[in-house]
Design a binder for this molecule. Structure first.
Ligand code: ZN
Length: 312
């Protein structure tokens, strides 16, 4: 009897949990009705006001080599809300300056807007000083103290998500992004389609050259159930793609192909900061040669110069 009631309640919740969209009655403004965490006070995404971001000297420059290691397996799929790549045994970042826990990459997915031959709109979830980019790549990692992403997703110290904006500024096809877009189109054009990627590639191939500047805050999943389980790292330097690639992203993937319903504008609008702090690493110091160095290196150089001067 009780088992039947509990089971039916769980099934009802599962039904409700899946019942969300980016428009209309089941859109972001109403997600809190069936997913109460979506109405909490530390939600994502946010507008990042760069002038208010506080320098945290403990935050390091991100080491690009973290992203080099390909996972043991890659599965590209369409869940009706986005195209996603699940990583089997993804890389682990173990740097307690960068993240408060060892974090293992589990999947990445994209949010985007709309695009035509002459224009593109919207798309990114976070905004920077009010600017919204065309898209945003999210790489989702989970705290390795939990068994997997599912076990971590609702925990307050569960997830670390890295976000990169996608800007439509590239004059030539971004070949690494094109590879991903084509694999997704071949294997995951319609909802619930999926396919194994046999020629595995690393996350490093997708991200921009400059990882030096980023913003850090504590927030949530940007889709129901909106758990406030995410340490966010949003990079300033965007991934660059062409207009043709923006069009492919905004027209090639469907939430219902038979009904010609494409996935577009799959972003949650920004939410209030509500007193949270956004931090950033100390900026690199630009030298006249065009190279960069950290303040520590500059201090060392000055100390050395003074030492030499005192010898003269
Ligand atoms: Zn996302």
């Amino acid at each position: 009897m009780w088992q039947a009631i509990i089971l039916s309640t769980c099934l009802a919740q599962l039904t409700f949990a899946a019942d969300w969209s980016y428009t209309g009655d089941t859109g972001p403004a109403n997600w809190g009705i069936n997913n109460s965490d979506c109405a909490l006070q530390a939600q994502s995404p946010i507008n990042i006001v760069t002038g208010n971001a506080q320098t945290d000297d403990n935050l390091p420059i991100v080491d690009r080599s973290y992203f080099y290691q390909p996972s043991d397996g890659m599965l590209v799929k369409n869940n009706g809300h986005t195209v996603q790549v699940d990583l089997i045994n993804g890389y682990t970042i173990n740097d307690n300056n960068l993240l408060p826990f060892p974090a293992k990459a589990a999947q990445y997915h994209i949010h985007w807007g709309t695009a035509t031959a002459s224009a593109h709109t919207g798309g990114s979830e976070h905004t920077i000083d009010g600017r919204q980019y065309f898209g945003e790549l999210h790489v989702v990692h989970y705290n390795t103290k939990y068994a997997n992403l599912s076990a971590a997703v609702s925990q307050s110290d569960g997830l670390a998500v890295f976000g990169w904006f996608i800007d439509v500024t590239y004059p030539q096809t971004n070949l690494d992004i094109q590879n991903l877009l084509d694999l997704a189109q071949t294997n995951a054009a319609d909802k619930n389609d999926n396919g194994t990627i046999t020629n595995r590639f690393s996350v490093e191939t997708l991200i921009p050259p400059n990882l030096n500047e980023y913003y850090r805050y504590k927030g949530s999943l940007t889709t129901p159930p909106c758990y406030e389980s995410v340490v966010w790292t949003v990079f300033k330097s965007p991934i660059e793609i062409t207009q043709a690639q923006a069009i492919q992203l905004a027209t090639a993937y469907y939430e219902n192909q038979a009904a010609n319903m494409v996935i577009e504008n799959n972003f949650r609008p920004v939410l209030p900061l509500n007193g949270r702090t956004v931090t950033k690493p100390r900026p690199l110091v630009q030298q006249s040669s065009g190279s960069t160095s950290t303040p520590h290196m500059i201090t060392g150089f000055i100390t050395m110069a003074l030492t030499v001067a005192s010898l003269l």
